[in-house]
Design a protein around this ligand. Structure first.
Ligand code: NAP
Length: 294
């Protein structure tokens, strides 16, 4: 049994990973700001909540005390006046990496596909800077870059299903951007494999088995709903404008950073370490009924 600290262990990916690790018999420390019931009943391992703000050195040290490995699955998708992307994706990522390196323990840093230092998106730039800082601070860290995560009830699958209720369906551009949606449980499995095999100093790009054009995903959702409203191309500059307004809402349904990410293909690169490297066969969003089955 090993003791693994999962920063962001109450999040969409983090919860799946905590379950997977507890069921494999590990002792999991779940580090996040808000108390939740993180127990995994009947599992041979344990999961214990440890209230942590990753912006605080002492909190991070306490969460890592006695750990044999750590995972950073923290996220921030929308900036607030008092909380910037750099604080979470660069500064906090570096803090976790430095403390993990000083303790001599392994680290899996979860980032995302499509990070670019010169992106128009502040989110994407911060993720790229965070990866670089983690690499410099903890050379043995493993960076994991998933494509968009799905499960049967997540926001991405639900938003595709919701489109089926509209009289006309607006596309992002012509809907030609290719995405490789990946099941959240498959990413959790991959991270668990990396930890359990002690893999170090590597980058993994994790996408589902198929790269789908956005319009094909929409059409699959419409077919599943038995509806065929017309698809209407909407230019990206219009989406950027609309999302800039929406981003000001407390819980924006669409952010400018998401629009910018949708302007370019979000697929696994040639020659990358992937699920295949780990011997994992990932599930496909379309073949799994657009998240309708497990
Ligand atoms: N979801 C996707 O489609 C997607 C796609 C590609 C990559 N990723 C990456 O996958 C990782 C996990 O994403 P996710 O969607 O699972 O994130 P999420 O559901 O938004 O969860 C974020 C987690 O971070 C914790 N957190 C946030 N700020 C914190 C702070 N200051 N101190 C401590 N904990 C904090 C949250 O708990 P509290 O709020 O209680 O602190 C929560 O546990 C991220 O690196 C993300 O960029 C996600």
């Amino acid at each position: 049994m090993t003791r693994i600290t999962v920063f962001g262990g109450t999040g969409f990916l983090g919860r799946r990973l905590v379950d997977r690790l507890a069921w494999a018999g590990h002792e999991v420390i779940v580090a996040a700001r808000h108390d939740r019931d993180v127990s995994v009943p009947d599992a041979p391992g344990t999961a214990i909540m440890r209230r942590t703000d990753v912006r605080d050195d002492a909190d991070v040290a306490a969460a890592l005390a006695g750990a044999t490995a750590a995972v950073n699955a923290i996220s921030l998708y929308v900036e607030r006046r008092d909380l910037r992307f750099e604080e979470i994706h660069v500064d906090a990522a570096t803090r976790i990496a430095r403390q993990a390196a000083d303790a001599g323990i392994g680290l899996v840093h979860v980032s995302g596909l499509g990070t670019e230092v010169d992106s128009d998106s502040a989110y994407v730039r911060a993720r790229a800077a965070g990866e670089r800082a983690v690499r410099q601070t903890h050379p043995d860290a493993v960076v994991v870059r998933p494509s968009v995560l799905f499960d049967p009830n997540d926001a991405f699958s639900s938003s595709l299903r919701m489109l089926a209720r509209l009289p006309v369906v607006p596309l992002f551009g012509h809907g030609e951007t290719r995405l490789q949606p990946v099941h959240v449980g498959d990413v959790a499995e991959a991270v668990a494999h990396l930890l359990e095999r002690g893999i170090a100093n590597a980058t993994y790009e994790l996408g589902g088995p198929g790269a789908h054009r956005y319009r094909d995903l929409v059409e699959a959702a419409l077919t599943a709903a038995g509806r065929h409203p017309p698809l209407v191309p909407v230019p990206f500059p219009l989406w950027r404008g609309l999302s800039a307004v929406l981003t000001a809402l407390p819980s924006p349904p669409l952010t400018r950073d998401q629009v910018i990410l949708l302007e370019k293909d979000n697929v696994v690169g040639d020659g990358a370490n992937t699920f295949a490297t780990l011997g994992i066969e990932p599930r496909d969003l379309v073949r799994n009924g657009l998240g309708g089955q497990h």
